[in-house]
Design a protein around this ligand. Structure first.
Ligand SMILES: [Zn+2]
Length: 449
């Protein structure tokens, strides 16, 4: 190819917000002519592109590994009204994959820097950042969006978002008003594994319907850690769980801090001794910190693949030109490449989206503590610090609440009481609040004999 003095035209060189010729040709190919994969009801026209460029409002949750990819993909696909929420600031360790950030940005809010980058790089695109927790924004905020995409690393945050979108649904005589549905596209990655899913709240399986897919943190059996270590991780866990509380190397009330190099150094040295005792190799400082902080390395290529799948779903739903993913795609590139798509089913008694209170089966002689344990330990509920209230004789009564110290102290004795002693009746409704949901969840007490 002959060399030319003409500068290559790339997004950002024009400095203007107006579109240049052929700017959206790559998108028009999908929207302005028909094809074999088109949605059966779709009529090719110029309207879809106009909607994407001018009207469609997208919310991206998270401006980290997935968020950077999502913002770039959406902006280059023609979405111009993008809002992004992230509560984090940039750390130097993010720079290898969160490519909207530079060394000079370390310490600044991810949302702000990501928005500035996209806005200056992609003419006409307007990304509005929120350096906030998702919980600090309310219903009116979330209601304004056509589609919400999550690139989060926290299950609690994901569940909260899911609960928020469920709370926006409008039912008339038990029938869901489709205009109140905001589709949720959820991407998640962990090392070389990832998933992308499409949720139509109230219609398809929600996050809580498939809660069993997020098993609680896998821990090593205590007997292995205490007496039969085989892996370097077992040795580190031994020091973390058993030796630290026994020796209290930094004083009586100093708990292990994964960000304190002296703490990690101590755990590392003791783990080496433990490993030597059992002829185990592989304990390193890095592994020690990884185990203590439960770090799973982030892999840029996994983020890129999952974000691409999510952005494609946004494009399909916003344009309505193609059928969306139905509805859960798993991805794994540990060894070769594996993907599989299946239809996650709604759970009839899902405590988040089913519209009917879930039953809690307990004997009248069960203690409130057992109910609390069920709410946190059951794989289908997995709450974090549930606050349980009920109505008795027309009055609200708090049975147990953990988050406020004075109330916790006052309600703690209830945990040792039986349900009968607390005056609870068969069929009584318990309202449970938790960080995993913006709304209280209703449960119905069903006494077993
Ligand atoms: Zn559900």
């Amino acid at each position: 190819m002959a060399e030319t003095d003409e500068p290559m035209l790339v997004d950002g060189d024009t400095g203007s917000t107006s579109d240049w010729d052929d700017r959206w040709n790559h998108i028009k190919k999908f929207l302005e002519r028909s094809g074999p994969f088109m949605h059966p009801d779709f009529e090719p026209s110029t309207e879809s592109l106009q909607f994407m460029l001018e009207t469609c409002k997208i919310l991206v949750i998270g401006a980290g590994g997935l968020g950077c990819e999502l913002l770039k993909n959406l902006a280059l696909s023609g979405f111009r009204n993008i809002h992004v929420v992230d509560m984090d600031t940039i750390d130097v360790s993010n720079l290898n994959r969160q490519f909207l950030f530079r060394a000079k940005d370390v310490g600044r809010p991810k949302a702000d820097v990501a928005a500035d980058f996209i806005n200056s790089r992609v003419p006409g695109c307007c990304v509005i950042p929120y350096f906030k927790k998702i919980q600090d924004l309310d219903e009116t905020f979330y209601r304004q969006f056509h589609i919400i995409v999550c690139g989060l690393d926290s299950i609690v945050a994901r569940r909260w978002m899911n609960g928020m979108l469920l709370s926006l649904l409008v039912y008339e005589d038990g029938v869901l008003d489709p205009s109140s549905i905001i589709p949720l596209i959820d991407g998640g990655t962990e090392g070389f594994k990832g998933n992308a899913r499409v949720i139509f709240p109230g219609m398809t399986a929600c996050i809580d319907c498939t809660l069993e897919l997020y098993p609680p943190q896998i821990n090593f059996p205590m007997c292995t850690i205490a007496s039969m270590p085989r892996l370097p991780e077992h040795c580190i866990e031994y020091v973390r769980i058993l030796l630290w509380p026994k020796e209290m190397p930094f004083g009586d009330d100093v708990s292990l801090d994964g960000d304190d190099p002296e703490h990690i150094q101590w755990v590392y040295q003791k783990s080496l001794e433990r490993a030597a005792e059992f002829s185990i190799t592989g304990v390193t400082y890095r592994l020690t910190q990884g185990v203590v902080k439960r770090i799973i390395p982030a892999v840029a290529s996994t983020n890129a693949a999952i974000a691409a799948a999510c952005a494609t779903e946004v494009f399909k739903i916003a344009s309505s030109a193609y059928l969306p993913l139905n509805n859960y795609m798993v991805f794994n590139d540990v060894d070769g490449l594996y993907t599989y798509t299946f239809e996650a089913e709604r759970k009839e008694n899902c405590s988040a989206c089913s519209q009917v209170p879930s039953d809690l089966h307990f004997s009248p002689s069960s203690k409130l503590q057992e109910v609390l344990d069920y709410l946190t330990e059951s794989t289908s509920v997995q709450m974090k610090s549930p606050a349980i209230t009920t109505t008795m004789d027309g009055k609200n009564k708090t049975l147990y609440l953990q988050s406020v110290a004075s109330i916790e102290q006052r309600t703690r004795p209830n945990l040792a009481k039986t349900l009968k002693e607390l005056g609870l009746a068969d069929g009584q409704e318990l309202a449970v609040a938790d960080v995993t949901t913006p709304q209280t969840v209703l449960f119905k007490l069903c006494f077993t004999s």
